[in-house]
Design a protein around this ligand. Structure first.
Ligand code: CMC
Length: 497
């Protein structure tokens, strides 16, 4: 039902104001039948021996997605050029359903076409569950709201990577390992000094993570070595990120301290100077914990897919994570947190007219988009954004701060979520809409925002990479294409062109 409703939304938008409730139901039923029946390209003259009853409406996705009606098909069928193909269904633990097309090309010669992979599952995963229609996000089954309230980033990282919450002893050992590996090879410092001053920290971090392979070549064959590499990465990325900030400011590097926990250590490395020790504020430390917990994984998003795709060629972990960082940098993905604050600042500087931004975002002739709005999966309020929004208020009031960008953000949201365009397109604030305001309150400079996202996403990338390495069905990522270039043509010598 979910699938069908989504694909029919444009029709609903036209029909809803005109039809009464019963008419609308009738239209839905008619359209579902119409689309299901027409999914078959050429109905065969007669069904093959294997064809299930009712093959003419083979995919029945509404049945798969509706738990209450339990209209689950055992397999889907596809008819093409007089033949019917049985396609097995895969059902996840939350009853989400997929058509397994593993044998489709071999048997039928067909491939599927799905730009942006919006309808394609590339793996089975037991790490994160998202329900975009209901605004649900769970790591290893635990709602993100519970983790944000009760857990720490370190514990959440352990949960994601190892599949369960740690015991007290396991968490203590994990902390010791993170501490032991937190220093960065001194020679790496010279790299930082040779980047141009205006370099973006995301480019620097991604390059430095890739370079780790040269400094720590002993890698990931056995379980123990993988654990070392994973912990090393978690520990060092935090140090490298803070180091890049310090060096960009021309400040002395602050080294990690064994007496400080993960988040405190990062804040200290960022803001401590020899003449002004960093003073911890518990609300700031907690805000950072929660910020990182909320970013820790988000199933098969763009950067995680980059990690899995690059990792599928069996490169080392550092290279795969570096690829994820490069993907995260983009303004449609993790770079949106920086883009949101830049957008809000522009609105503020030009007089605070947030309504103009909403109007521009709706104008199809204007490439401008409302940054921090919309999501491929969430068709309702992003659960992370809810927590982030509340955290803005709590943190600013604890610090007795006033940020004019928060007022603009709230007013903008108020107007946008009631606007017909945003309602029709299911566009709500995503995690990036309020996260920049939290980071500003912590004191993080704007060009470091996406680096903060990257540190948070690291355990998720690692967990996804590990899972892919252990997957018996894993193959190198290598999609097909529909070729649209010229048919065979011949080389023309230069003097005849
Ligand atoms: N402002 C205005 N219109 C929008 C926006 C927006 N922020 N987002 C989507 N739309 C419209 C888009 O123009 C299209 O309209 P139409 O169907 O009339 O042509 C429709 O909504 C669907 O958009 P899409 O680009 O096909 O949707 P998508 O699923 O491919 O893209 C997105 C998702 C997040 C890239 C997109 O919503 C966007 O660009 N948002 C702004 C950037 C942003 O905030 N990114 C952070 C995402 S959350 C953090 C993360 O995990 O990466």
């Amino acid at each position: 039902m979910v699938l069908s409703t989504l694909s029919l939304r444009p029709f609903f938008a036209i029909a809803a104001p005109l039809a009464d409730f019963l008419d609308l139901i009738a239209i839905i039923v008619y359209m579902i039948r119409f689309f299901s029946a027409n999914r078959i390209i050429h109905p065969p003259d007669k069904p093959s021996r294997d064809a299930p009853k009712g093959w003419a409406q083979p995919f029945a996705p509404y049945g798969c997605f509706n738990k209450r009606t339990k209209r689950m098909e055992e397999y889907a069928t596809l008819s093409y050029q007089g033949k019917t193909y049985r396609l097995p269904l895969i059902v996840g633990t939350e009853n989400e359903c997929a058509i397994d097309i593993l044998k489709l090309r071999n048997e039928s010669g067909l491939i599927t076409y799905d730009p942006g992979f919006a309808n394609s599952g590339a793996c089975k995963s037991s790490i994160t569950y998202m329900d975009g229609e209901r605004g649900i996000l769970r790591y290893r089954g635990i709602p993100v709201e519970e983790l944000a309230e009760k857990s720490t980033f370190k514990e959440t990282s352990y949960l994601l990577i190892n599949g369960r919450l740690p015991t007290e002893e396991e968490l203590r050992n994990f902390s010791i390992m993170l501490n032991d590996h937190s220093l960065v090879h001194e020679d790496m410092k010279t790299f930082y000094q040779n980047f141009p001053r205006a370099s973006h920290p995301m480019g620097i971090l991604s390059a430095m993570v890739n370079a780790l392979r040269s400094f720590y070549p002993e890698l990931q064959t056995g379980e123990e070595e993988i654990n070392f590499t994973v912990t090393r990465l978690l520990a060092k990325v935090r140090t490298m990120a803070a180091m890049s900030y310090k060096i960009s400011r021309g400040h002395t590097v602050a080294y990690p301290r064994p007496d400080l926990a993960y988040c405190e250590n990062f804040l200290n490395m960022m803001f401590h100077t020899p003449v002004k020790p960093y003073e911890f504020v518990k609300e700031v430390v907690r805000a950072l914990e929660v910020f990182w917990i909320l970013h820790a994984d988000h199933e098969q998003n763009c950067s995680t897919t980059a990690v899995r795709v690059v990792g599928s060629g069996r490169v080392n972990l550092y290279a795969a994570i570096s690829a994820g960082m490069a993907a995260l940098w983009g303004p449609l993905h993790g770079g949106a947190n920086q883009a949101v604050v830049e957008m809000l600042s522009d609105i503020y500087i030009s007089g605070g007219d947030y309504r103009k931004a909403v109007e521009r975002a709706k104008d199809k002739n204007d490439p401008f988009r409302l940054m921090g709005f919309g999501h491929r999966v969430y068709k309702t309020y992003d659960p992370r954004a809810k927590i982030m929004k509340k955290m803005c208020d709590d943190l600013l009031s604890a610090l007795d701060l006033k940020d004019p960008l928060l007022d603009i953000a709230k007013e903008l949201e108020e107007v946008a979520i009631k606007d017909a365009y945003f309602v029709d397109h299911n566009l709500y604030p995503n995690v990036d809409f309020y996260s920049g305001i939290v980071l500003r309150a912590i004191g993080i400079p704007t060009n470091m925002f996406t680096v903060m996202f990257a540190i948070g996403r690291l355990p998720g990338w690692i967990a996804q990479w590990k899972e892919s390495m252990d997957d018996p069905q894993w193959r190198i990522s290598r999609p097909r294409q529909i070729y649209t270039g010229p048919n065979e043509t011949h080389y023309v010598p230069m003097d005849q062109r």
